[in-house]
Ligand binder design. Structure first.
Ligand code: MN
Ligand code: MN
Length: 469
């Protein structure tokens, strides 16, 4: 039951669409490297397609009706887009879900220190990373600094070609004998991921009695603080209320002589988030209400106000149903139970260098289309959503009718792997949910690889699901 490589079937017109989508996708993931940046850009794209803020509709008591399009966000890090269809909401929503947080290094609250004439920033990594992959790469800082006066300063350094970049240094091989004998997991520890940001001291007159004693003791740190103050108007204490994320610097690129793939940061899971977003914005006149939810915190367990487990999802649907004249707890429960969802997250693509951890009949291949995982889970399906056979059949029909290239896969061999997604969380409302997504190589590495064909099939498959499930 081998699935065909999608590239074999494309017409010239489809290839043009595929290239246009890939190029927009490359721009999106290059310009948006944090959950906040992704949410803000998604809102901008949605507004351009006629989506209105739900907040405003609630404040003004605007009724919602067929054809209306609204967006809602929480904390600027999770987002819901909704397009109301011709059927009552109680009949259920067709939902696309994906996450917009990606593995990275977060600055600690008290990050800045000086050592051996260098200024460094201490980090606490976010999500599952192989720490050794993050050393000696050009790095950028993205994020926000919230000040006590209520203002929020945006930070983005390292992306513009004229910007400086940052890095985590590594030991030269000549002195690395002991280091090289370590296991990869111990090669560098979490506390070792400190980012180099400066080496030039503030010049202070030793005899100046008025000069800050701290600055005299740590002049390189003092110079870094002076630069931060000049550029952002912040002082050291403002790091306490900042969310600054260290990510690989530079743009995503086409990968391969044939330019068939994309190499970029944060494709887990922005490849599914972007294709879901574009599908949601493209649909016209849905029968069932179409909803896309992009969430934060998947990489650390979907917890918190902005993760999938937050009541943001349920609360937003309750607000929408009230404004659509279908308020009340029972109708809300029915709408949720009658909903259908593609919970989209990246799948591990089979890698020729590591084929032994995959079972080839049930592995995802780059280029063979949108991946469906009936179950994910680890070792004995533990923690898996395990979608029901009847729903899998329905999804197969929707995909086949729309001529979408798709494949089915597990995440690695039975006893090798598995992984969590957001699928089990909305499934608790008794809705049908299946894991789907795009296959990726080097998942969670600073630079991940995907196939343009899979991006294209995901975009088409998501649209088919919103309109026809
Ligand atoms: Mn993911
Ligand atoms: Mn992940």
């Amino acid at each position: 039951m081998e699935r065909e490589n999608a590239w074999k079937k494309y017409t010239d017109e489809q290839l043009e669409e595929l290239e246009a989508l890939s190029s927009e996708y490359i721009d999106f993931i290059s310009d948006n490297k944090t959950e906040r940046e992704c949410a803000a850009s998604a809102i901008e794209l949605a507004e351009a397609q006629g989506y209105k803020p739900l907040e405003k509709a609630i404040a003004k008591g605007h009724k919602l009706k067929t054809g209306d399009k609204v967006w809602a966000h929480t904390h600027g890090k999770a987002l819901i887009l909704l397009h109301i269809g011709s059927e009552p909401l109680e009949a259920g929503f067709n939902i696309l879900g994906a996450h917009i947080d990606s593995p990275r290094l977060d600055l600690k609250q008290n990050p800045l220190y000086e050592s051996t004439d260098f200024a460094l920033l201490d980090t606490h990594y976010y999500g599952g990373i192989k720490k050794y992959q993050w050393v000696t790469l050009p790095l950028a800082i993205h994020g926000v600094i919230a000040k006590k006066d209520g203002s929020v300063v945006k930070v983005n350094v390292g992306e513009d070609i004229s910007d400086p970049v940052f890095c985590i240094s590594d030991l030269l091989p000549h002195l690395g004998k002991d280091q090289m004998a370590k296991k990869a997991s111990e090669f560098i520890d979490g506390e070792g991921l400190d980012v180099l940001i400066g080496s030039r001291p503030l010049v202070i007159d030793e005899n100046d009695e008025g000069a800050d004693a701290e600055a005299k003791k740590s002049p390189v740190k003092a110079y870094a603080l002076q630069l931060l103050n000049e550029k952002y108007g912040i002082d050291e204490e403002d790091f306490l209320s900042a969310e600054l994320e260290i990510v690989p610097a530079g743009r995503a690129r086409e990968l391969g002589l044939d330019r068939s793939m994309v190499l970029g940061y944060g494709q887990d899971d922005r490849v599914c988030a972007y294709t879901s977003l574009v599908a949601q914005l493209a649909i016209k006149k849905p029968k069932r209400a179409a909803l896309t939810i992009l969430v934060d915190k998947e990489e650390i367990g979907s917890v918190g106000a902005t993760g999938m487990a937050s009541l943001f999802f349920e609360n937003t649907i309750a607000e929408v149903m009230e404004l659509a004249g279908e308020g009340g707890p029972l109708k809300l429960r029915r709408a949720l139970a009658n909903s259908k969802m593609l919970s989209s997250d990246v799948s591990a693509g089979i890698d020729p260098g590591y084929a032994n951890v995959f079972e080839p009949k049930n592995a995802a291949y780059l280029g063979r289309g949108l991946v469906f995982n009936k179950y994910t889970g680890a070792r004995g399906k533990s923690g898996s959503n395990d979608s029901s056979a009847e729903f899998v059949a329905e999804v197969r029909k929707v995909m086949d009718d729309a001529e979408i290239a798709f494949q089915t896969a597990e995440l690695g061999k039975v006893d090798a792997g598995g992984g969590g997604t957001i699928a089990y969380i909305p499934a608790k409302y008794d809705m049908d949910v299946i894991d789907s997504g795009v296959a990726v190589l080097s998942m969670h590495a600073p630079w991940e690889a995907t196939s343009k064909a899979d991006i294209y099939e995901a975009r088409r498959g998501y649209e088919a699901f919103l309109l026809n499930a």
